[in-house]
Write a protein that binds this ligand. Structure first.
Ligand SMILES: [Zn+2]
Length: 410
């Protein structure tokens, strides 16, 4: 069993685990509606494993590195253990030497969010809570829906009504109670908070529930293990919206260093679209993130007015020696095609953005061409085919003749 405590990332106060404990009392008293989450709690596991565990899905791995008492509480569906793909073709296209893609599109619901939902649903089972709710731009709620379905739990999703169709249909198929909110993700976030307080549901809201960050750290544990034959990763590029995936990845590398399994951690690069760039802008200017009321990128998963985990995210990226990069929508759309055609990995805009981010980071001189580079690809292209359609040319139908086939070949 992994015994642990919860520590405030702002003031350092520590708390024992209890089902209703989400944030720090003192710091959350300063919470503003619509602002970043104050008093985010970080899980500190007392005794981490002191050796590499090869089987990512094993009970030994999960109960060793994650704050759960019993792997039997995890939903009965495998999560994580996704491949780290070495890609010479994409490396050559971008002009770097050593490049890997961490293909998290292969999770059960098609995104990294499954890692967080797996742990949150396990904690709900431990606490004997039946209903779990989440606000989401789409993927987090879909992941919750999948994990809740596997575990036989009820789930409620608060999602902006204009989320991509595929995400809404996917979560409905899993049987979630969908509440499409006429408003932004930030409106959905606040409504979910109020509903959880009113009805006693367990809140999976990202950054608010400490286990969302903790669940996502398994991505870093896997990257560090999978790349060992090559040494270690020098730099990892991560798509950023609320700042939770990158904080989770930072936490994973930090835990490995604390366990004595890594001597140093990779630099983390926060990649954001120019039309939702609070965190990357703050990292580049050395200031604090401010809300972006115009957030409206083609990477819908990354559109946030105010990143909920801004404080911890900026702190952890800076501690890694990393930085922020900002890319344009047209480059994100082009990255979908470039990634898919050079690696076989089909990503949604928010996943493919890592490719555009690497090009920009190399151009900015933030990443060197001879470094060992990992791109986190966090969501499947099947979740937003309309976006991908904007970056390819569909041929017109032709008569079924060999002559036409010859004419059509590139
Ligand atoms: Zn605090």
């Amino acid at each position: 069993m992994a015994s642990f405590k919860l520590r405030c990332v702002e003031c350092g106060a520590t708390y024992a685990e209890e089902p209703t404990r989400l944030v720090c009392d003192a710091c959350s008293a300063q919470q503003r509606i619509g602002g970043e989450t104050r008093g985010v709690l970080e899980v500190v596991i007392d005794h981490l494993p002191d050796r590499w565990i090869d089987d990512f899905g094993s009970s030994e791995f999960l109960t060793g590195f994650l704050p759960i008492n019993d792997a039997g509480h995890l939903p009965p569906i495998p999560v994580g253990g996704t491949p780290l793909i070495k890609t010479d073709a994409l490396a050559a296209a971008i002009g770097v030497e050593y490049l890997w893609v961490k293909d998290d599109t292969r999770n059960p619901s098609g995104s990294t969010k499954d890692r967080a939902s797996q742990l949150v649903v396990a904690k709900a089972s431990e606490y004997r809570i039946d209903t779990i709710a989440a606000a989401s731009t789409g993927n987090a709620a879909t992941a919750l829906a999948a994990m809740a379905a596997a575990a036989g739990k009820k789930a409620v999703a608060f999602v902006p009504a204009k989320a991509p169709e595929a995400k809404l249909i996917q979560m409905l198929s899993y049987g979630i109670n969908l509440i499409p909110v006429l408003g932004t993700y930030d409106d959905a976030f606040e409504l979910c908070l109020a509903a959880c307080q009113a009805f006693g549901w367990y809140n999976r809201n990202t950054a608010l529930n400490p286990f969302t960050i903790e669940g996502k750290k398994t991505m870093a544990l896997e990257i560090a293990h999978q790349i060992r034959g090559w040494g270690k990763a020098d730099v990892v590029l991560v798509p950023v919206g609320d700042g939770v995936i990158i904080s989770g990845i930072a936490k994973g590398f930090a835990d490995l260093r604390r366990a004595g399994l890594l001597e140093s951690v990779p630099r983390l690069i926060a990649v954001q679209p120019s039309r939702s760039a609070s965190i990357a802008t703050a990292l580049r200017a050395g200031t604090v993130p401010v809300p972006d009321p115009m957030a409206d990128s083609v990477a819908d998963s990354l559109n946030v007015l105010m990143p909920r985990n801004a404080f911890q995210c900026v702190k952890m990226v800076q501690a890694s020696g990393g930085a922020g990069v900002i890319v344009e929508d047209r480059d994100i759309l082009d990255s979908i095609r470039v990634l898919a055609s050079s690696t076989g990995v089909f990503a949604e805009p928010a996943g493919a953005i890592s490719v555009a981010g690497l090009r920009q980071a190399v151009a900015d001189g933030i990443v060197g061409a001879d470094e060992r580079i990992v791109l986190a690809v966090t969501g499947s292209g099947l979740k937003d085919v309309d976006a991908a359609a904007r970056a390819v040319r569909r041929p017109d139908p032709v008569e079924p003749t060999l002559e036409m086939v010859e004419k059509m070949m590139n």
